[in-house]
Design a protein around this ligand. Structure first.
Ligand SMILES: NC(=O)c1ccc[n+]([C@@H]2O[C@H](COP(=O)([O-])OP(=O)(O)OC[C@H]3O[C@@H](n4cnc5c(N)ncnc54)[C@H](OP(=O)(O)O)[C@@H]3O)[C@@H](O)[C@H]2O)c1
Length: 309
């Protein structure tokens, strides 16, 4: 048996528990991974709440988390072409398996080798937050002539988007609360205080940087509505927080790829120092509830990671 942290029913944090689970056997094309670290994401509590019940299949008790880094313990048939027992890897967990656990399954096609210079804690944040940021920047085809407005620039995805857009040579206007000013500036963004009237502050700054040519929304709702008023063209407004609303406003969501090739490219950017995921807090598996509570507050800075053991 192995330790894990999950939930026993749809609902709030009261449904969360430390669990004893059987160590799963890898199926064809899968890796059994001894988890060293697991990324914590808003999707985790959204799945627990039941909000994703139409798109994510859950069998109770369910283990939380969608992304891990760890060491390959055993392999299913066909997975040994690219991986071997003892390899340090990171990736997205297989359907029906969670990351806040001593052991989990990862589909080999959604896994990549962890570079030696990248820690397990950092590697565990690459599939979701950094991978999403990578997909966003490629989708928007950001170039040095762009002025990119990032809503939620101090969060997990926002801090990665800011770095990647800045590395592409674009000017980045990062909307975040005052407590995240330093984080936004240290990732290459020009900080704009969140809250009432932020769009006027964006418009004033755009006088100097040039008009906003792309918007990356990581907040949604009214914040997204107001941001569109300062965008030059709605076609380059994307949201992963509220894609339906973005579409209604003339923008779009972003297709997530979650492939080994994308994960390799993201890891290479980390190795080269182009992208430095900001792991701001780590919690042991026994305290995973506090990690998720921080992310569920909606105001975490950078990335939150659960470490195992
Ligand atoms: N579709 C996908 O594949 C996918 C993947 C990753 C994420 N997402 C979604 O994208 C969103 C962001 O994810 P994340 O991992 O970056 O979350 P996160 O780390 O929790 O960051 C969210 C950020 O939003 C900021 N924020 C909250 N209210 C704000 C406001 N009114 N104005 C400006 N900033 C505000 C928070 O900072 P402050 O303290 O500054 O408010 C926080 O830093 C979530 O909705 C998540 O579910 C989707």
């Amino acid at each position: 048996m192995a330790r894990a942290y999950g939930f026993v029913d749809y609902g709030g944090p009261e449904t969360q528990r430390l669990l004893e689970t059987a160590v799963p056997a890898p199926g064809p094309g899968q890796l059994l991974v001894a988890v060293q670290a697991a990324g914590v994401n808003p999707a985790d509590w959204k799945v627990r709440s039941g909000a994703r019940r139409n798109s994510v299949t859950v069998h109770f008790p369910a283990v939380l988390g969608r992304e891990v880094a760890g060491v390959v313990e055993s392999l299913g048939s066909g997975a040994d072409d690219d991986f071997a027992v003892g390899d340090a890897v990171f990736g997205a967990t297989a359907e029906g398996f969670g990351g806040y656990a001593e052991y989990t399954l990862v589909d080999a096609r959604a896994a990549a080798h962890k570079p030696e210079t990248v820690s397990f804690e950092v590697a565990a944040t690459l599939p979701v937050a950094a991978g999403t940021a990578f997909d966003i920047v490629e989708h928007l085809e950001i170039v040095d002539a762009d002025t990119v407005l990032v809503l939620g620039a101090g969060g997990g995805v926002g801090s990665a988007v800011t770095q990647l857009a800045h590395a592409a040579g674009a000017a980045v206007l990062g909307v975040a609360s005052a407590g995240k000013r330093h984080l936004v500036e240290s990732t290459g963004g020009l900080w704009i205080e969140a809250g009432a009237g932020f769009e006027n502050r964006v418009a004033a700054l755009a006088e100097r940087c040039g008009p906003v040519t792309a918007v990356v929304d990581l907040v949604g709702g009214d914040v997204l509505d107001r941001a569109v008023t300062v965008a030059r063209a709605p076609e380059r407004v994307v949201s992963v927080a509220d894609p339906v609303r973005a579409q209604a406003l003339g923008g779009s969501g972003v297709t997530r790829r979650r492939t080994r090739e994308v994960f390799r490219q993201v890891a290479a950017l980390v190795e080269r120092g182009v992208l430095t995921p900001r792991v701001e807090r780590t919690f042991p598996l026994s305290d995973a509830g506090r990690a998720l509570e921080l992310v569920e507050s909606g105001h975490a800075g950078g990335k939150v990671v659960v470490t195992v053991p």
